[in-house]
Design a protein around this ligand. Structure first.
Ligand SMILES: Nc1ncnc2c1ncn2[C@@H]1O[C@H](COP(=O)(O)OP(=O)(O)O)[C@@H](O)[C@H]1O
Ligand SMILES: [Mg+2]
Length: 249
């Protein structure tokens, strides 16, 4: 679904060149739930922004369903972002003046889909994530976990090829985080969604099928879950503790 081959990205400020991604390669298969972990500043957000073409890459290849989207026009790219990609951010990015239901509908409104199609899809996603009872509430009236589940539902509205999530549980307490990760897991199990998630949170990452650990601009290690989640959590904690002498909080 997603292939990243030999990706390089640096930022230039004045005369200094700061290399962030130095030969990053990996693949996310259809239906997989993959997490990226790594210290703050290791280039995780940069990687997501290169994948969605919000920033240009320096070198390398990024293929979404075997297609290089960096060559598209802005107009075509806007369409790919609305219909083929789903985004979930740390700070939810909901529109305050719209209800939960209306927020979830945005990607289909942009696509100019018929109302019945929009309503049916929104209702099924809200029910799947256990937030159908709050569909007429405004973001200010609901919890952080409910806001983020709304954002996950919105990201899935157009059945995207890939969901990109940047620290989706970064602003949430552990109970809300669990509910949000539960939404990603349901999306993966029930809808066969493909998700690529950046996270600091080992607990959240332990629900994934695979975890990429970034260090010094590269994929330092890749762990695949083969058994129980708890066992995988222990394995992740060990790897992170070994790296740089401890997990970052
Ligand atoms: N627009 C930018 N210009 C210059 N440096 C940047 C820019 N964006 C990020 N950086 C730097 O690149 C490094 C990686 O940033 P980022 O991808 O946000 O890391 P992460 O998400 O892993 O914390 C950081 O050192 C950051 O300061
Ligand atoms: Mg980041």
């Amino acid at each position: 679904m997603l292939k990243v081959n030999h990706l390089f990205k640096s930022y230039k400020t004045g005369n200094t060149v700061y290399e962030v991604l130095k030969d990053v390669s990996f693949e996310v298969k259809e239906g997989e739930f993959v997490a990226v972990m790594g210290p703050s500043g290791s280039g995780k957000t940069t990687l997501l922004n290169c994948i969605s073409c919000f920033i240009p890459k320096d070198e390398g290849e990024i293929l979404l369903k075997d297609r290089d989207i960096s060559r598209l026009s802005e107009k075509q790219l806007a369409r790919v972002r609305n219909e083929r990609l789903g985004f979930v951010f740390q700070d939810f990015m909901l529109l305050d003046g719209l209800t939960v239901f209306e927020n979830v509908c945005i990607p289909k409104v942009i696509k100019e889909a018929p109302y019945e199609e929009m309503e049916k899809k929104a209702q099924s996603l809200l029910a799947l994530f256990g937030i159908d009872a709050i569909s007429d509430k405004y973001p200010a009236e609901i919890s952080g976990g409910q806001k983020q589940r709304t954002a996950v539902a919105r990201a899935l509205m157009n059945d995207p090829f890939l969901i990109l999530a940047d620290e989706p549980t970064g602003n949430l307490d552990s109970k809300s985080s669990e509910a949000v990760i539960g939404a990603f897991v349901s999306a993966s199990k029930t809808l066969k969604a493909t998700t690529f998630m950046v996270t600091h949170d080992t607990f959240s990452a332990s629900y994934c099928d695979r975890v990429l650990v970034m260090k010094d601009g590269k994929v330092f290690q890749e762990l695949r879950r083969t058994g129980e989640r708890r066992e995988f959590l222990g394995q992740l904690l060990e790897v992170l503790a070994a790296m740089n002498g401890g997990e970052e909080k």
